[in-house]
Write a protein that binds this ligand. Structure first.
Ligand code: ADP
Ligand code: MG
Length: 269
């Protein structure tokens, strides 16, 4: 199953993506984590030290030249099948595997921000990034979680059609909900209709109904355990609240996979 995470900056996309990936690996699934956010923090949120992070794809000028300019031509449909293995690093589990389960593998690929700052042509790096994302989403029969920037621009129509679900993450604030609604509309336009809203740091109250905002929602409370340590620790894993979090992740995945227990649908606080 392939899931993308989107929403306004700072609302918890990266944290949620790290939590879901860790639960999947602890329950025996192999997961590809794709950091397509320019803030590049999925690795740190998953507990990797700065020296253990993979080189972002867009900084691999060698690969960009080799694949996009193969044979002196501009190749917008480059060969990328070997790149996930070439670019990924293994990410350690943030907790114990579930009882009786052999843990799966978590692997992280960092896309990086496409800019012109370093000289080279941004459109070449962007073409390779899009081709790699399309490959991982379309041709890999494994769990893939994509931490997007605010919107869904990285997903072309073809790639979006192969994403099984979109998690729109929002804080309980009007501005962030409005961004969420916009993301929901854009994704629906690309044909990505299976969407859920995660209201993060939600301590009560009803969100407004906004056109485009997914109707089904899950609330994640503010975690004291995270707030208390995040000044000194970038990892969001191994929290004292991990039991509650595991339950929330299961509810979310059940819903995205279409197996939700209706009585379980309401916010869990
Ligand atoms: N439920 C939560 N409780 C407490 N802190 C949280 C919670 N969710 C996220 N955070 C913190 O909020 C900050 C922003 O989260 P992050 O996942 O990086 O957001 P985004 O990827 O949307 O920019 C991080 O410091 C993270 O540790
Ligand atoms: Mg992020």
């Amino acid at each position: 199953m392939k899931i993308a995470f989107a929403g306004k900056g700072g609302v918890g996309k990266t944290s949620l993506c790290a939590w879901v990936a860790d639960w999947l690996a602890r329950s025996g699934r192999n997961v590809w984590l794709v950091d397509a956010d320019t803030a590049l923090s999925l690795g740190q949120a998953s507990g990797l030290g700065a020296d253990a992070l993979p080189e972002p794809l867009v900084r691999r000028g060698d690969l960009v030249r080799e694949r996009i300019h193969e044979g002196g031509f501009l190749n917008l449909n480059p060969e990328v099948g070997d790149l996930p293995e070439e670019l990924a690093v293994d990410v350690p589990l943030g907790g114990e595997p579930l009882p009786g389960v052999t843990a799966g593998r978590k692997r992280l690929i960092v896309m990086g921000a496409v800019t012109n700052a370093g000289g080279g042509c941004a459109c070449d790096a962007n073409a390779l990034l899009k081709a790699l994302l399309a490959h991982i989403v379309m041709d890999r029969d494994e769990w893939v979680l994509v931490d997007l920037e605010a919107g869904v621009e990285h997903l072309g129509r073809g790639t979006a059609a192969h994403v099984d679900g979109l998690v729109v993450v929002s804080e309980p604030s009007m501005r962030s909900l409005m961004t969420g609604a916009e993301v929901g509309r854009m994704a629906a336009d690309l044909g990505l209709e299976n969407q859920v809203l995660v209201l993060n740091r939600h301590a009560g109250g009803e969100p407004p109904r906004l056109d485009g905002l997914p109707e089904w929602r899950l609330s994640v409370p503010p975690f004291e355990g995270l707030a208390g340590r995040q000044m000194t620790d970038a990892s969001v894993l191994g929290l004292p609240e991990s039991g509650l979090l595991d339950g929330l992740v299961r509810t979310l995945l059940d819903r995205l996979a279409g197996r939700v227990n209706r009585s379980n649908e309401q916010a869990i606080l």
